[in-house]
Design a protein around this ligand. Structure first.
Ligand SMILES: Cc1cc2nc3c(=O)[nH]c(=O)nc-3n(C[C@H](O)[C@H](O)[C@H](O)COP(=O)(O)OP(=O)(O)OC[C@H]3O[C@@H](n4cnc5c(N)ncnc54)[C@H](O)[C@@H]3O)c2cc1C
Length: 432
């Protein structure tokens, strides 16, 4: 077990969704920077979009929605607990990001005139943009990382940030989960893109890796930020999601909504006003169960065969291919019966709620040199496109920040303390 020391201008922790975008944008801003993406898994197939994505939940496209309308929408969905400046900054940059992703080769559904085929699912506006061919997301991102000459280190689990004498970020520490080598990586700035803290609660299945969130996203980014002195916020606004019972993917009533599907009670009646996630929607779900009208179901059995086939194509071939196999094994068929739903375990995830590492509308955290984007950061309901937009903000702003400073001094005491903490379980003779 060696200690490996390296030095970069900028380190991005987490190469899932927001991380690759942050790295590419930092290199575009200043190609001379030494930029590293660090991931505990393999960047080629890591994170929440490892199997692709079947749609954008929150596309703000001119002609269909405005940034002002979107900001109001999220304010309503989140019962007013939002930093509107952060939401607005996302919304105003949503469309240019879609256009850029389109140029990179990511396929979004378009109508016969070539216009983006946006669907209405939310309370006020139309923001859902299907991606029936969205399984190639990670391949496209990886190509961009290579093109921008970003360095990549896989299989290193980041555990703590290094801070300099004035409290500013000075790097990151972690260990290689294959070799157990300890890594001390000096950097002038760090962008945390470690996704949701998705393993706060045990899934109803009892299987620890059967979480709604990608199970490698277990909150280490939140913890690193906290221990470095950065603020976390809105932790009471944790996420819970309606799922297919015993299957850890989203039920996707909101995906089937535009096709005529909906969430129903045990009598087959619709009881949710709007299938888009909100405090109100979860309260309606809770009330139905408490009122003796549960269990709750995903209802598609009234739809035509062609419609159900199209829904299956979207839900079973992309993002969660295991879903079709799950229904096959269970003997459940959307055509023949309603599919029982359940509630997920809790998690901190700004993608679907509002909790996370506090950032402003530039992606800056509350200590100098630290940035955060995606599900670990606090901008509410940001989802995949928000991870890309804030990844861009973080990459560009961090590139400017590191260009004007020198590497802060490293405190050897921090390194020794963390090394002892990481290796402590190896010294135990029994248990963990
Ligand atoms: C089941 C599901 C369905 C979804 N459906 C949609 C949808 O239809 N439309 C939509 O717009 N959005 C959807 N989302 C949300 C969207 O996928 C996320 O908001 C977005 O991908 C989050 O990006 P991220 O960069 O924050 O996290 P991720 O892409 O998950 O990346 C986090 C990365 O950090 C790495 N990591 C974690 N901890 C460490 C550590 N300690 N050290 C090193 N690396 C670490 C992980 O390996 C991972 O690669 C869905 C999410 C889920 C879970």
């Amino acid at each position: 077990m060696n200690t490996i020391e390296t030095e970069y201008d900028l380190v991005i922790v987490g190469g899932g969704t927001g991380g690759p975008m942050a790295a590419v944008k930092a290199k575009e801003k200043n190609p001379k920077l030494r930029v590293l993406v660090l991931d505990k898994a393999n960047v080629k197939r890591s994170g929440a979009i490892s199997m692709g994505m079947d749609g954008l939940n929150n596309a703000v496209i001119p002609g269909h929605a405005t940034p002002e309308q979107y900001t109001k929408e999220i304010t309503v969905a989140n019962d007013g607990i939002v930093d509107q400046k952060g939401v607005y900054a996302y919304a105003a940059n949503s469309f240019p990001m879609i256009e850029e992703l389109d140029r990179w080769g990511i396929k979004f559904e378009k109508d016969e005139t070539g216009d983006y085929s946006v669907r209405k699912v939310h309370h006020l506006g139309s923001y859902v943009l299907p991606m029936p061919e969205g399984h190639h997301m990670k391949r496209v991102l990886y190509r961009q990382l290579k093109r921008a000459r970003v360095e990549i280190t896989n299989r290193v689990v980041a555990t703590r940030l290094l801070t300099g004498p004035d409290g500013a970020v000075a790097g990151v520490m972690g260990f290689d989960c294959r070799t157990a080598d300890f890594h001390v990586i000096k950097a002038k700035a760090v962008v945390i893109c470690t996704g949701a803290a998705g393993r706060l609660g045990l899934p109803a299945s009892g299987y620890m890796f059967g979480t709604y969130e990608n199970p490698t996203n277990c909150g280490e980014g939140h913890v690193m930020a906290y221990h470095a002195g950065a603020e976390l916020t809105n932790l009471e606004c944790f996420q819970i999601n309606p799922l297919i019972k015993d299957y850890n993917g989203p039920a996707c009533a909101y995906v089937t909504g535009p096709f005529g599907g909906y969430t129903s009670n045990n009598a087959g009646q619709r009881f949710i006003e709007c299938d888009y996630w909100s405090g109100q929607m979860m309260m309606e779900f809770f009330n139905e169960l408490e009122g003796g009208r549960g269990p709750v179901f995903l209802k598609l059995d009234h739809l035509a065969e062609e419609t159900i086939s199209e829904i299956e194509h979207i839900l079973h071939t992309n993002e969660r291919p295991s879903r079709g196999r799950f229904h096959e094994g269970r003997g459940t068929d959307y055509r023949k019966q309603m599919i029982e739903m359940h509630i997920s375990e809790i998690g901190f995830c700004s993608g679907h709620s509002a909790s996370g590492i506090w950032t402003n509308e530039r992606g800056e955290c509350s200590i100098p040199g630290l940035y955060a984007a995606g599900d670990c950061a606090s901008i509410p309901h940001n989802y995949m496109l928000g991870a890309f937009v804030y990844g861009k903000f973080c990459g560009e702003n961090a590139a400017d920040y590191v260009s004007g400073i020198s590497q802060p001094a490293i405190d050897a005491g921090q390194v020794e303390k963390e090394k002892a903490r990481v290796y402590a379980p190896l010294g135990k003779t029994e248990g963990l």
